[in-house]
Design a protein around this ligand. Structure first.
Ligand SMILES: *Cc1c(COP(=O)(O)O)cnc(C)c1O
Length: 471
């Protein structure tokens, strides 16, 4: 499989090159040159275990990895999950809830980032090379990425989070990791500031090459790929249970990475009749799907901080398909967006795969309360946004699968607000209390961040080799 930039620059890359490059050098995002149609494999795949299914799906895209290596990476990545099924589906009321929070940091991002950490390690060993990961996080990516690469020899990780705007648990999950290869930066700005700095660092090609930058944000294709797997797994579980043909998925959305994986699954031939896109008050994507206009606004802090995003980076991948896979058209769209902060998209081919809705703080709280009172099931606030919006798109004959993207214990304050008491606990969260932490507070300034990162890399390399830094 070859991979191309959405903006048309550069030669096609292999899977390995795509994973190690992260963001394309022309500023675009990588997409596979074609999406395999697996309709004829659906029946054979239906009863597979999570790992077997992951292997079958991933090998279509990761075709430069030997089968034995891919198997080993998958087994290692999903062996650390706390549930034997990896991503189990539970039936709660009229909904099927896909629990994606059984990984090390209790958020769905572990599914992709455990895989990516092991994949990086494999490739870097193969090349006898090093990688410096630079990532922006609205809360969950950072801790999942850090847990995916902590303590590894060939990798350093620098994570930018908006200082004071992630939950205290999310912050502790990152800053209590004291391994030498982990650096947390609390940026005194918003998540969008963090994301813009990361994009600017990747856009500075000499900095990027000098320090061998790597990406773990959902701009990395391997993350989308790992997430495609659970759409298949969940659809099969629910089809087996209910006898249904088509299914719907409700996806709490921020950066459009998770739901984009569902879109890929649908394009591969998985019978998904609708993807229900759910946002909180940061509803740029909901507005887009209602009006065709994508207009940036201010970031509004909510109970679901991992979705407090305006500029959804993976939306570019979707736009590329709306532009009929024409990079010049897509590049014009991105220019227009950058220039005016707004974009009117006239899709060449209309797309009926998405519906969208917004759930505000009151609706989020109401969903948590209702599921607790009626079913004694606790929704984390992100999942609650998805569940609240899902309730508007239920139809008799098509089962609705709601993605549970985080464990409620990560967001105890929201649980308390909704139910009057915080009864969401998890041993992994309780264990964080009182641990020593480390972070650097830094201005939302690309130069300052670049200087910090360059300095740490040079200090580590000269320290280890007892000589001056030569990239
Ligand atoms: C990251 C995150 C989301 C949003 O996922 P995107 O891929 O950014 O759309 C939703 N819920 C939780 C808990 C998350 O961590």
């Amino acid at each position: 499989m070859k991979y191309l930039s959405t903006r048309g620059g550069g030669a096609p890359l292999s899977f390995k090159e795509t994973v190690l490059t992260g963001l394309a050098r022309d500023g675009g995002l990588f997409l596979p040159a074609e999406i395999p149609d697996i309709t004829d494999k659906l029946a054979a795949w239906r009863h597979m275990t999570y790992s077997d299914l992951a292997f079958e799906i991933m090998r279509l895209y990761a075709d430069d990895l030997p089968d034995s290596a891919l198997r080993a990476i998958i087994d290692k990545s999903y062996g650390v999950f706390r549930h034997a099924e990896v991503t189990p589906v539970v039936n709660v009321g009229a909904l099927h809830i896909l629990e994606l929070f059984h990984g090390p940091t209790l958020a769905f991002k572990d599914v992709a980032l455990q895989f990516l950490g092991n994949l990086f390690e494999y490739y870097l060993e193969e090349d006898n090379a090093e990688l410096n990961i630079v990532a922006a996080t609205s809360g969950d990516t950072g801790s999942a990425a850090i847990h995916g690469v902590r303590g590894r020899d060939r990798i350093r990780i620098f994570v930018l989070h908006p200082n004071g705007r992630v939950s205290s648990v999310q912050e502790r999950q990152m800053t209590s990791v004291l391994d030498d290869n982990v650096f947390n930066l609390g940026v005194t700005g918003t998540f969008d500031d963090c994301q813009n700095i990361v994009k600017a660092l990747f856009g500075d090609l000499s900095f990027r090459d000098k320090y061998k930058l790597g990406a773990v944000n959902s701009i990395n294709w391997a993350r989308v790929l790992a997430q495609v797997v659970y759409y298949f797994y969940a659809a099969f579980q629910v089809q087996i249970k209910t006898g249904a043909g088509q299914v719907r998925f409700a996806v709490p959305t921020g950066n459009f990475g998770d739901i984009f994986a569902g879109y890929i699954a649908r394009r591969m031939g998985l019978p998904i009749d609708k993807l229900v896109l759910a946002t909180n008050e940061n509803d740029i994507l909901t507005r887009y799907f209602h009006t065709g206009e994508y207009t940036l606004g201010e970031v509004y802090p909510t109970l679901s901080p991992s979705m407090d995003i305006q500029m959804a980076s993976n939306f570019e991948r979707y736009l590329y398909y709306l532009c009929n896979s024409k990079p010049t058209l897509l590049a014009q769209c991105m220019e227009e967006l950058k220039r005016s902060g707004s974009l009117k998209v006239d899709p060449i081919r209309p797309d009926y795969s998405f519906v969208a809705g917004r759930a505000d703080t009151a609706a989020t709280i109401a969903a948590i309360k209702q599921y607790w009172e009626e079913y004694a099931y606790l929704l984390d606030p992100h999942t609650a946004v998805g569940v609240a919006v899902a309730s508007r798109f239920m139809v008799e004959e098509v089962p609705m699968i709601a993605l549970a993207t985080a464990h409620p214990a990560k967001f105890g304050d929201a649980i308390k607000r909704a139910t009057g008491e915080n009864m969401a606990h998890h041993a992994a969260i309780d264990a964080l209390a009182g641990l020593p932490t480390r972070k650097e507070i830094i201005a939302p300034d690309c130069g300052a961040v670049a200087k910090f990162i360059g300095g740490k890399i040079e200090a580590a390399v000269t320290g280890a080799r007892g000589m001056t830094y030569e990239p």
